[in-house]
Write a protein that binds this ligand. Structure first.
Ligand code: EAX
Length: 324
């Protein structure tokens, strides 16, 4: 009898160890573009790197296409710990980490190289550190890209053509002010509502980088594209502080390495697809205005600086301008 009982408890113990051994810790990483996008490539790089470094102790579940909500909802989820990780454009981030608004001013960055240098340098790292006092951990700067305007009312060849256009913006005070100043009628909303709103005609247009347009077959619902490049849109790899604090130092190191891999992957995809993406949009019937008087658009949106630069980091904006 004794042997039988010993065997049973041994088996129970083995089963417990076996269950514990295979029970990888799961984390979700949320983003709004589809899996087949620059954010999807970032998410896959994060997943591969984290699962390799942890030897399978962690499983990263990709949650693309707004599966866990719009960017603002996801950031709120990070703060309360209902979501572990996200790749988010800075669009709504300024509502949570105000100093990040300094990155969202129009015509502030002059090239991808300039933006990447600033974000990987002192300014970008200082801003990442700001996230922690807002219950999030800023891990790395990924990339959304330079934003351009699409609509289905008229070709936008000059700022005057924006007059009265119902243009969706992100939930970003600086962008709203910029398009108001230019004469448009800005409508802030989460990305998860944009495609339906365009199809229903409740908005006339929107503005986004080329990879977001191609990943969402924008040619199916928008006729005109104008290559204004009016804002450089960073994306941030960000984690819930609640979940970060539950990791060992070694595990936190893995998260950081995976975040940088994600950032690098997004930039590689943007660099590879910017030109080919514009051609794809043209080939699918969008009328592209490429020769844009950017100085005229910069003048039209300048009031956004008067309205918000002092509140959202005039000193950082000046440092960025001087870094050109
Ligand atoms: O982050 O909301 C937007 O327009 C963003 O560019 C999009 O969600 C990708």
């Amino acid at each position: 009898m004794r042997t039988f009982t010993t065997t049973l408890s041994g088996m129970a113990l083995a089963a417990t160890f076996a269950a514990t051994a295979v029970e990888a810790r799961e984390m979700n990483i949320a983003f709004t573009p589809p899996l087949n996008s620059h954010y999807g490539d970032a998410g896959k790089a994060f997943k591969e790197t984290m699962e390799e470094l942890s030897g399978g102790d962690f499983t990263i579940n990709l949650k693309p296409a707004g599966a866990l909500g719009g960017e603002r909802d996801v950031l709120e989820g990070l703060q309360i710990g209902s979501i572990e990780l996200a790749i988010s454009s800075t669009g709504p981030v300024g509502n949570f980490v105000p100093s990040v608004y300094a990155l969202d001013f129009p015509f502030l960055f002059e090239s991808y190289e300039h933006a990447r240098d600033v974000l990987d340098g002192e300014i970008g790292q200082e801003l990442l550190a700001e996230f922690e006092t807002h219950d999030m951990i800023g891990l790395a700067w990924a990339e959304n890209g330079f934003r351009h305007i699409t609509n289905s009312v008229r070709p936008i060849t000059a700022p005057e053509d924006l007059e009265g256009l119902k243009l969706r913006t992100m939930e970003n005070q600086v962008h709203i002010a910029a398009f108001e100043a230019a004469g448009a009628s800005p409508t802030p909303m989460s990305w998860t509502e944009v495609l339906t709103s365009l199809q229903q005609g409740t908005i006339d247009g929107q503005e986004n980088p080329i990879p977001v347009l191609t990943a969402n077959n924008m040619w199916e619902i928008q006729e005109h594209l104008t290559l204004t490049g009016h804002v450089y849109s960073p994306a941030v790899v960000v984690m819930s502080k609640i979940h970060w604090d539950g990791l060992t130092e070694e595990e936190q190191g893995w998260i950081k390495e995976a975040s940088q891999a994600a950032a690098d992957a997004s930039r590689a995809t943007v660099s590879a697809n910017e030109e080919s993406g514009i051609q794809l949009l043209r080939d699918n019937g969008m009328e592209v205005v490429a020769d844009v008087d950017k100085a005229a658009f910069a003048t039209a949106v300048q009031p956004a600086y008067e309205q918000y630069a002092d509140q959202y980091g005039a000193e950082v904006i000046e440092r960025i301008r001087n870094s050109k």
